[in-house]
Design a protein around this ligand. Structure first.
Ligand SMILES: Cc1cc2nc3c(=O)[nH]c(=O)nc-3n(C[C@H](O)[C@H](O)[C@H](O)COP(=O)(O)OP(=O)(O)OC[C@H]3O[C@@H](n4cnc5c(N)ncnc54)[C@H](O)[C@@H]3O)c2cc1C
Length: 437
């Protein structure tokens, strides 16, 4: 089941040429489209299913600097500014509130990474700070668990996934962008090795440059062109409650639960230590690249071999532009909800804050994230194919940075001064790019 998002009317018009084609109508591709159209550059967004039908509507809406890799902090800081200005820019409320984010630790061992992170981000002058148990009680009253401490960033916040991507899409269209849904891009048209257009299920569009913002599908798209993008799929299950009283407006992450207030008065809840790794061929092919980072997160991962393995194998890894591509076969990825993980979250959360004992679950869903070996996205030219830029691999935290990440992708496409130093996001950091490497 997919969460509800504000409906938008996209284009029935299918152009034969443009300046920039964006593959993927998730929030990253949409921000890039808005930025380019504000700069007067003709742009067409092609989405195989529905705008924001995958990660960009299914996420929890946390806009966070806390616990980000230091290299990713400048992008998150730039994104905060853009989120604050977004309602005026797009002429709509996107639910952005600077309501703070707090992570809790049950033991001193769980506090240690927070202490190390605070030291590592000193040069940025963020307002993040460690909290004592009594400060946690004051900020989030009514609890009955005992905490070793926490880490809190008042300037972190939240936005509503159900509002943000549709509002950005509408604003981009008002500035001249064309957005086409139910239109998979099968491959690229090349001339002398350079991008000259895209082949879609509805025909070709000629263009000067292409931005690949296909989320977890970018790996498969590039793989068909002989280029390996190292991202692995992991699945997270989410519940939304009916409107209810709650202990705080701050978004709170405990060791085995998380909750954040929604604009409609309900809460979004997950089991933070139940990220599912539904094993696919890619996990076997490139899983070893993740061993370092997975070791530290091992207790969060639940490895499962099942239907996903078969379904994934059945999807082609190589196809011809004239044939049906995997993107037409899976219009919207609909992962199975882990009901057990959701029950665990409510049990852990109610034990910590009894007010959640009365929570009424209004909706549940799951989403699949695209994780890179160092948890940073790739926002860079694809050196082998001049005219192609990729912006994917947000590793489960790209909603918060999307206003800056989409703008950075637009800067790279057009050769403009980048909004932040793109160095941490370069493709070459993973070494060889031969497909299936
Ligand atoms: C359950 C869950 C919770 C999360 N919580 C948070 C959070 O609290 N905070 C945070 O910052 N991030 C969070 N994230 C991550 C965040 O949602 C993503 O990083 C972000 O939405 C990525 O946006 P995107 O545009 O790159 O990808 P997507 O939203 O996945 O969009 C990519 C789009 O490209 C389309 N596409 C792909 N290939 C093709 C093709 N060949 N032709 C046409 N269309 C194509 C797809 O259909 C898709 O719509 C969460 C994610 C999930 C799933």
């Amino acid at each position: 089941m997919a969460p509800h998002i504000a409906p938008i009317k996209t284009s029935d018009n299918f152009p034969s040429s443009t300046s920039v084609v964006i593959i993927g109508g998730g929030i990253v591709g949409l921000v890039a489209a808005l930025t380019l159209s504000e700069r007067g550059i003709p742009v067409v967004v092609l989405e195989k299913g529905k705008v924001a039908g995958e990660q960009s509507s299914r996420n929890q809406g946390w806009v966070r600097k806390t616990s980000r890799a230091p290299a990713d902090v400048p992008l998150a800081v730039a994104a905060d500014r853009l989120w604050a200005d977004l309602p005026q820019r797009v002429g709509a409320d996107v639910g952005y509130r600077e309501a703070g984010i707090l992570f809790l630790a049950r033991t001193q061992a769980e506090m240690e990474p927070h202490e190390a992170w605070i030291r590592s981000i000193e040069p940025f002058g963020l307002d993040s700070r460690l909290l004592t148990p009594s400060e946690i009680d004051r900020l989030v009253p009514g609890g009955r668990a005992s905490w070793a401490g926490g880490i809190y960033t008042p300037s972190d916040g939240r936005a509503e996934p159900s509002l943000a991507a549709p509002a950005i899409a509408r604003a981009a269209m008002a500035k001249g962008a064309i957005i086409v849904e139910n239109c998979a891009v099968r491959s690229l048209v090349r001339s002398g090795g350079r991008v000259a257009g895209v082949v879609t299920e509805r025909g070709e569009i000629s263009c000067d440059t292409v931005l690949l913002a296909g989320g977890l599908w970018s790996r498969r798209f590039l793989g068909n062109l002989g280029i390996a993008l190292p991202t692995l799929p992991l699945t997270v299950s989410v519940a939304r409650t009916a409107p209810m009283e709650g202990p705080t407006e701050i978004a709170v992450g405990g060791p085995d639960f998380s909750f954040r207030r929604r604009a409609d008065g309900g809460f979004v809840i997950t089991q933070r230590s139940a990220v599912k790794a539904p094993i696919t061929l890619d996990h076997l092919l490139i899983g070893r690249k993740y061993l370092g980072s997975l070791k530290s997160q091992g207790r969060y991962l639940r490895v499962a071999i099942g239907r996903d393995f078969i379904d994934d194998l059945a999807l082609p890894r190589r196809w011809k532009p004239a044939g049906v591509s995997p993107f037409e076969r899976v219009r919207i990825k609909e992962p199975t909800v882990d009901e057990g993980a959701i029950r665990e979250a409510f049990v852990a959360l109610s034990a910590a804050w009894p007010i959640f004992e009365g929570a009424e679950i209004a909706e549940v869903w799951a989403g699949t994230v695209d994780v890179t070996p160092d948890s940073l996205p790739i926002i860079d030219h694809v050196a082998e194919i001049p005219g192609l830029v990729v912006c994917s691999g947000f590793s489960g935290h790209g909603f918060g940075t999307s206003p800056a990440a989409g703008e950075l992708a637009a800067d790279i496409l057009t050769g403009s001064t980048p909004i932040v130093d793109p160095q941490p996001y370069r493709f070459s950091r993973f070494g060889g790019r031969r497909a299936d490497a």
